[in-house]
Design a protein around this ligand. Structure first.
Ligand code: 5GP
Ligand code: ZN
Length: 113
């Protein structure tokens, strides 16, 4: 498993467990610092992967998707929640470590874009 030294989400995911709302062997989850919904959690792989364009391992891909669902249920979301992944600058990716935005806890409007 490879971490990147200067990567914010590598250090959060592999750092202080108290800052995490959930973790397993391959993934960690923590609250977004600027929540865009009543519940806004980020789920990230513990290893450094830039975004979905760089996720090549099908087993890890499946594990991450199941981790996303497990996190959603662990924080009390069920039946009405959203997952979003921004890949690349033009899609709004700011942090260069793959992260799944898990949003819910309120009525969610359709995204305009
Ligand atoms: P992106 O725009 O790259 O898809 O999403 C990056 C997300 O990371 C944003 O929603 C932003 O609020 C969140 N974020 C940025 N820096 C930090 C941080 O230091 N801690 C936490 N918990 N979230 C962060
Ligand atoms: Zn990283």
């Amino acid at each position: 498993m490879t971490m990147k030294d200067d990567c914010l989400f590598c250090s959060i995911a592999n750092g202080d467990a108290e800052k995490l709302v959930w973790q397993n062997d391959i993934a960690a989850a923590f609250k977004d610092i600027h929540p865009q919904a009543a519940v806004h959690i980020l789920v990230v792989p513990k290893q450094h992967i830039l975004n979905l364009d760089h996720l090549d391992d099908p087993e890890l891909a499946g594990q991450l998707l199941l981790a996303v669902r497990e996190v959603a249920h662990a924080v009390g979301l069920k039946g009405g929640w959203r997952v979003r992944v921004n890949n690349g600058r033009s899609a709004g990716q700011v942090v260069d470590h793959l992260h799944f935005h898990v949003l819910g806890g309120q009525e969610l409007k359709h995204d305009a874009h």
